[in-house]
Write a protein that binds this ligand. Sequence first.
Ligand code: C2E
Ligand code: MG
Ligand code: MG
Length: 556
Amino acid sequence: MYLDCKKILNNFNEGYSRWTPGWHLLGANAAFLRLMGIRAGDASSEIPNADRESPAFYEFGKAVMRETERQDAVKNFEFRLWRGSGGHCWVCTDAWRISNAEGETAYYEAYVRDVTPFKLKEAEFSHQLFYDLLTGLPNRELFTDRLQMALETQKRHPGMHHGVLSLDLRNFKNINRHYGRNFGDMVLRHVATVLGLCCRTVDTVARTSSDGFSVLLHGPETGAQLVKIIKRIKESLAAPFTLWEQSMDSVEMDIGVLFPLSDYSKAESVLRDVSIAVSRAQAVNNKSNCKFFSKKMLEQNRQDIALSVILREKSDIKGFYLLYQPIVRGTGGLHSFEALARWQHNGKTIPPTMFIPIAEKTGFIKRLGFFFIEEAIRQMQCWQKEHNARCKLHVNISPYQFLAPDFSRNVLDILHNTGFDASSLLFEVTESSFLYDFRNAARHIGVLRENGIAFCLDDFGTGYSSLSYLKQMPIDCLKIDRSFVEMVDYDHKARILLKHILDLGEDMGYELVVEGVEKQIQLDSLGDLSRLLIQGYYFYKPLPPPSVEALFEEQK
Ligand code: C2E
Ligand code: MG
Ligand code: MG
């Protein structure tokens, strides 16, 4: 049977060629010529000086000649071909060197496959391994790798400085729950863009957890320089923005900072310490915060872990008690008391900002929360009886307490069992109660308000403070956060903002409490005091019950 070899070769998808050390192409099929960008009428005809016909063939041929001179034959040799305006393509080659009787190279032979589609898939795959799909930023693996490289460079060049920021979105779960996951995704992309714009291209901005970002900064020499960058980031995140017809006033992020890195040799240790700094930042009130890592934090962290073990294992309310901070009328006179929790543990007084978040994480808050409600009611009843007290009682309720389906029923049971007048009771809740699970929180609040308990939105002005949201909230009272009052004596804009918040609150029919008043100048900046209730060290600090009793005696 006659085989037309030329025809068969030309129908091959795989390229075939044979050439001499002097670049004389002895034979090549159509696929090979196409790959190399050689235009030849008759595919199998010889081409002398083929290196001049195509730069792609010149580069490819040189590489094959180099490899086969070294090891006679190569298998699966990958090469990136540059085909001028045709762009790049990847080829995979099996090639060998054929010698003459004298052992000199007579010619080279190569089979070439175009593997560009596989290479693209591979690149896409490895991109997915090291980049976050949603934001396009490097992921934790790549960030850790770059950080490790920075630490190693720093070892060789001690004058080189780096800093690491860890940024966590506050209440991100709640944003997802309330606005939906798509919106949550957009917020993440928004943050990625903002961070990218605030940093230089040599810095690495990465998404390192579901709601967390990390930044590796090259070159800051002092903490002050770092603070400038952080300020820029915070200001950009604080700007209102609209995504998908939904506007948000700002993005709240807690920031942990680690600088300098000179004591570190492992990326993992840097990441551990910066995450301690960010969790310290998260533990501060309801506001977003920034904390520089210090060795002291390691100790605090150890204490926290020890506390959480104690809270988890003992689940014992021994040592917990309440202080009572008077709230006064703007026109004068006691109006109410806010019950504020404390924990006496190992001879130390532990503030609520330390143990409430742990109790929330461990679930102990459910039991502790009811203990505080019962204890505050018992105390107030005692003062009503013995001192004829006519004050209202404010009790703080954690968002986690609303998660219990029987929360409102249990509160009503307490009222029933103690006979306490519900109209003397006011629960302070934060915005996060609604963000977490609006329907559930609103249901409990609805039931309790129907039964006479009033609700106050605590720390108003921090968090997301969405005004459109405010009108939906089933509350009776607004408590303006301390940070506004803190700023009024040196920040003119804060004074204007405070005035307008108070006007807005009044127009919406809420009772208004201003917290954190410490100085006369702050009191003076509040305008018409007759519409306000005021709480702050200027009047009273949180007091133990005997001091409250002395106060009642004084007022008789
Ligand atoms: P909060 O409910 O906003 O309570 C007001 C905090 O501000 C209290 O801190 C109070 O002592 C402090 N404060 C009041 N006036 C001034 C002032 O003029 N200057 C300054 N610098 N601070 C002032 P505290 O007692 O450390 O409580 C902190 C937070 O812990 C509370 O903030 C509340 O969120 C939480 N908390 C306290 N007790 C309880 C509780 O029984 N249950 C729950 N869930 N949270 C509680
Ligand atoms: Mg409060
Ligand atoms: Mg507050």
